[in-house]
Design a protein around this ligand. Structure first.
Ligand code: RIB
Length: 275
């Protein structure tokens, strides 16, 4: 079959290599690319815009066949200047917002936020804290919109937290100042940090605070108590992303495609009924 160039290499740009969400995503991507005799070239951006731009330019210069972009630090300006202008195929997902300029794959973040909120509501929690970054990427903002369709503004305490374990741990003092009885960690990494911070403060999960996460990374089952979370189909997300990009490489002029994958609630032991 016809492939535009011969490097048989796909560049993948992610924001944080230490987060298991992205390792699992890459496993899914690599699973398909390997079968199709492509090499996966991984670039970790560490949320650094300059690094992102350099990677984009360098990968282009080296004749990479296509790009998978999961990081919001890549601006549309550099995409337009480096990729679009030169007709390089790419697909965006996760933290990189789909804006009708390429193929895109998303997961149902709005429903994910709703499911998390509904679960806490059914357990009798009337005041909840949400640990998330102030300037969160669009996919994460949608989770918040989902919660807002279930809880009123006055029932929600927004607590600023970076998307990392450190961020979760550091958010605990702010959580303790609220009257919340449950915490929605906008990703599982934050939940991991909350576990440590809450235990350092002498608080028990779920007796003192119910905690629900987001992503369903494999670590959730190894936490004590095992973490209730919203599962994204992470491996499959990677697989479908790779497939869509390869289809684009084969057929550059077809219409843009946007796909959405479902999420679901996984009930474990970190959430409980309010007594
Ligand atoms: O854990 C990383 C988070 O950032 C995930 O929720 C993923 O969807 C990304 O947005």
């Amino acid at each position: 079959r016809m492939i535009m160039k011969e490097s048989k290499t796909i560049g993948v740009l992610i924001p944080d290599i230490t987060n298991p969400f992205f390792s699992e995503l890459i496993r899914g991507i690599e699973n398909i690319l390997y079968k199709e005799n492509f090499i996966t070239m991984l670039c970790n951006a560490d949320l650094d815009q300059e690094k992102e731009d350099t990677y984009l330019r360098e990968l282009t210069r080296r004749g990479v066949d296509g790009f998978i972009i999961a990081s919001s630090a890549i601006s549309n300006e550099s995409i337009n200047a480096t990729l679009k202008a030169n007709g390089h195929p790419f697909i965006v997902l996760d933290q990189k917002k789909a804006e009708g300029i390429s193929d895109a794959i998303i997961t149902d973040d709005y429903t994910g936020g709703q499911l998390a909120a509904q679960h806490l509501k059914e357990l009798g929690h009337e005041q909840i804290a949400i640990a998330m970054p102030k300037n969160a990427p669009a996919n994460i903002q949608k989770r918040l919109s989902g919660v807002r369709s279930i809880y009123g503004e006055e029932q929600i305490d927004l607590v600023d937290a970076e998307l990392s374990k450190t961020g979760g741990r550091a958010a605990v003092p702010a959580v303790l100042k609220t009257t919340a009885t449950a915490i929605f960690a906008i990703n599982d990494e934050i939940a991991l940090g909350l576990y440590l911070g809450l235990s350092e403060a002498g608080k028990k999960i779920p007796a003192d605070y119910s905690v629900i996460g987001y992503d369903n990374i494999d670590m959730c089952e190894y936490m004590v108590p095992q973490l209730t979370t919203i599962a994204q189909p992470i491996f499959e997300l990677g697989q479908i992303t790779a497939k869509m990009l390869l289809e684009r490489i084969e057929n550059p002029s077809k219409d843009w495609e946007e796909r959405m994958l479902p999420v679901n609630l996984i009930e474990r032991f970190s959430t409980a009924h309010l007594n």
